[in-house]
Structure formats: structure tokens, C-alpha cells
Design a protein around this ligand. Sequence first.
Ligand code: FE2
Ligand code: FE2
Length: 242
Amino acid sequence: MVFKEIKMDSRVTRWNSNIETGIPEIDDQHRRLFELAASFRGQGDEIRIMKSLAILCDYAKVHLREEEALLETIGYTDLAAHRQAHVEFRALLRQLLTDATHLSLDEIATRVESLINGWFYNHILRVDAQYVPAVAAYQNYQQSLRAGRRNRRLELGSLHFFEDAKASPPEPGSPPEIPPQPGQASSKAQANHADEHAERNDAICLEFSSGNYTQAQIAEHFGVHYSTVSRILKKGRRRDIA
Ligand SMILES: [Fe+2]
Ligand SMILES: [Fe+2]
């Protein structure tokens, strides 16, 4: 995508909600740059102005670097074009620092306003605004991954619940189970066992597919033999393929 050329607006604009991206760290940095720019007008001390100018330029460069890092992290497809716009901004900052040595304090204040409240305002409004949906999509995706991991932990937790339930005595007043024939488990016990095993096997497959644990670690966690885990995983793979 090629960004529309940013036409320099002769008007200077204060920071306002029209240029909020909704990304807290980016909005804080943008807002800070406008605050720094606003501090120039009316300062009558040349040393202080030059110091403020150096701080503003450094902070702007930090912002550009962090914004580019964020876009790189999310795999933003228009990063190259965005970087190019930042190259232009860095050149304008360098030019201002050079020119400032022979400008009056009022002229410096005017140039800072033109750069931040003009060029930079338009950049946020027209160029930064374009990455907002991509950042939001990335953050939603990360959130869903975290929720998935939480659910997997809950499933493991439910297995512990099964183990705890087995260790607990039956509730007083609960109907007595018909005693099984010698050498034969009751049908209820068989059904419970099958459920527990199915749930445990699913959890084993899920944990292994997360890539966070080895088969040996999973075997130790579930208190089963390594070969049992291997058999369950093979069975799970066959079921996935079928
Ligand atoms: Fe920005
Ligand atoms: Fe930007």
C-alpha cells in the first residue's frame, strides 16, 4: 500500500481525541510530544530552549523506534512505507536542530509547532491511524491464545478434581452401590473409569500438543508409565486423522 501524500497543513493543531489510537503506550508517547512542543512558546532562555529542543528530538526518535518495533512484532504488512514516513520525520528533526543555531527563539518555537502540531499531527491522523486495526487484531489474537491456555489448565484442574473425588468418602445418605460380583467391576464404576480415562487421555494429548512438556514430564505428572503416554498419543493421532 502507498500512503497518500501528507500535505503539510499550515494550521497547527493541539493534541485532541481525534488522533487517539486507543493503544495506551502509543497515545502516551504522542501526547508527551505535544506537551514538549507546547513548552517552547514564551521561554526566553536560549540555553533552556536548545536543551528542550534536544529533549524533544530524542523523545521523538524513541517514539518512532518503539512504534516501528511494535509494528514489526505484529507483522504489519505496510511497515516499509511507515518506516519511510518516519525517515522523513527524522530528517526534519535533524534539519531543525541544525537551523536552530541561527534562528531566533520565536522562530524556533514556530518551527517546533509546524513540525509537531502540523506534520506530526497529520502523520498520526492519516498514517498511524492505518495500523490501529492490525494492532487490535493482533492483541485480540494474543488474548484468545491466553484464554486457550487458561482453559487447558482448567481441564488439567478437572483431572485433579477426579483424583480428589476418588480419595473422598461417599456423601452420607448417598444410595449404596450394588456390590459387584467377585472379579467384576460395577457398571457405574466402569462408566466412571471410562469417563476419567477419556478425559485424562484428552488432557495428555492437549498438553503434548502445546509443546511445553515432554512425554516423560507428562507421564510423571499423570502418574502413568511413559509407554502409556506414548500409546495414548498414538491413539489420539489416529483419531485426529480419522
Ligand atoms: Fe506515532
Ligand atoms: Fe508513525
